[in-house]
Design a protein around this ligand. Structure first.
Ligand SMILES: Cc1cc2nc3c(=O)[nH]c(=O)nc-3n(C[C@H](O)[C@H](O)[C@H](O)COP(=O)(O)OP(=O)(O)OC[C@H]3O[C@@H](n4cnc5c(N)ncnc54)[C@H](O)[C@@H]3O)c2cc1C
Length: 424
């Protein structure tokens, strides 16, 4: 039994994503806590809508907001933009590439995940992933640049290559990207070109497993595949990518020449987890104790996408935004309780509340699974729309995104079809 903790606890949080931000928000303006939130970017990013930035429907400010802005009323939270590259457990400090050090009593590592290539790291140079705003802009630029080149060229083989996009990975990101690109180019841009037939566009979605959307029930996977094929996506299941070369995806059966290779097949934990005093799995993920602290280190917590665990009900915790937020909240509540009672010996384990899964297919169809409720089609799309608007971080972006979507839907003309080139 320990005494009530009346001192100030310095909490350092690495990562202002769903987990880190939720933890900071729950400790905001609470007596006895001095919180430092560290992120290598200056914004919180709503990753579930990244594909809409990549496919030119939304612009960056619609899905990202400055961490300083979000936390401006949280007087005990200080935000630093820094790329954290070291954790010194003995000295209780972390260090950034800026050279700055940040001391902690309690550390929360919520740095998320990055694109992973299953050990084939050389594939990274030939593909574009989708984890950050800069990835989304790179995808958009690559595809729009290819269309420009395809309009210019007189070589039919080159035009065919430029008009082929291969998306590797049939999870929600691959499904959403492939549907959105077909709709954007074949439908919204159909009157934009004079020489190019936009219907020659080929979007190939390659999935190693036997069906797309593997975590979903089989009928929803089948529905998604049928809808994608109907709008013109070439879905290839049970197709393992064996190598990736410049402009070429190689599978067991063929070599696909293409203008863009988009990688949506895997993620791995951010590299900072290598500095934690614990084992990591092949994807670099960490398995904490039930309360989310590291074994033997009750003052170091992990949360979000870099965690690989089952909750106290023995349910695997998925790498999704609600799970990350819930973990961040769990840690904050636990710290608040300990501050009040001074007792750190009866910590509660983390329990994940499943909020369901959903994926959008093309312009106005989706699949939604929530417990026993399974929805497909337009109703599912409306549910998807409502939930994604609800969870955007502030009111301005909620209204802005709703207006953008409405306009894109009515006019069939997404407004963000612009990319910037460096001047030579
Ligand atoms: C394209 C895409 C679509 C998705 N769609 C959905 C969806 O529809 N529904 C859903 O629930 N989930 C979806 N997800 C997953 C969801 O976004 C993640 O589960 C969630 O973002 C995890 O939250 P997190 O806090 O763990 O990490 P993140 O949100 O990734 O935040 C991590 C933060 O840490 C920062 N960081 C990383 N390393 C460092 C470092 N060394 N130093 C400083 N800062 C660092 C990063 O800049 C980032 O801000 C999607 C993800 C992607 C990429």
């Amino acid at each position: 039994m320990s005494e009530k903790n009346t001192g100030v606890t310095k909490v350092v949080i690495i990562g202002g994503g769903f987990a880190g931000l939720e933890c900071a928000r729950n400790l905001a303006n609470k007596d006895g806590f001095e919180v430092t939130l560290l992120d290598r970017t200056n914004h919180h990013l709503f990753q579930p809508l990244l594909y809409q930035v990549a496919t030119a429907t939304l612009a960056a400010p619609d899905i990202a907001r400055s961490l300083r802005g979000i936390l401006e009323k949280s007087k005990n939270v200080t935000v630093f933009m820094d790329d954290i590259c070291g954790i010194d457990i003995d000295a209780k400090k972390v260090s950034g590439t800026s050279g700055q050090e940040y001391r902690y009593d309690t550390l929360v590592v919520a740095a998320g995940a990055k694109t992973g290539y299953f050990g084939n790291n050389h594939w990274e140079q030939h593909t574009i992933g989708l984890k950050s705003l800069s990835d989304a802009y790179s995808v958009r630029k690559k595809v729009l640049e290819n269309l420009e080149a395809a309009e210019r060229t007189d070589d039919p083989a080159e035009r065919k290559r430029l008009m082929t996009i291969v998306i590797v990975g049939g999870g929600p990101t691959g499904v959403e990207l492939s549907g959105a690109f077909v709709e954007l180019i074949k439908r919204s841009m159909r009157r934009n070109f004079r020489r190019l037939d936009v219907h020659s566009l080929k979007v190939i979605l390659v999935e190693a497993g036997p069906r797309i959307l593997p975590p979903y029930i089989e009928s929803n996977s089948a529905y998604a595949q049928k809808r994608l094929e109907k709008i013109g996506v070439d879905v290839r299941t049970s197709t393992m990518v064996t190598d990736i070369q410049p402009h070429t995806v190689i599978t067991k059966d063929e070599e696909i020449k293409c203008g863009a290779i988009l990688w949506a097949a895997g993620i791995e934990a951010e590299g900072i987890t290598a500095h934690l005093p614990c084992e990591r799995n092949r994807a670099g993920k960490v398995t904490p104790e039930a309360d989310l602290s590291l074994t033997g280190h009750p003052n170091i917590f992990v949360a979000g996408d870099l965690v690989f665990m089952k909750d106290i009900a023995d349910k695997p915790v998925p790498g999704v935004a609600p799970a990350a937020s819930q973990m961040g909240r769990h840690i904050a509540k636990l710290l608040l309780k300990e501050k009040k009672t001074g007792n750190s010996s009866d910590r509660q384990g983390f329990k994940y509340l499943d909020k369901g899964s959903m994926a959008i297919i093309g312009r106005s169809q989706a699949v939604v699974e929530f417990g026993k409720m399974k929805l497909t089609g337009f109703i599912a799309w409306l549910a998807w729309l409502f939930i994604h608007i609800m969870f955007l971080v502030d009111f301005r972006s909620k209204v802005g995104v709703l207006l953008q979507w409405s306009w894109a839907y009515i006019s069939d003309a997404p407004g963000a079809r612009v990319f910037v080139n460096k001047r030579k």
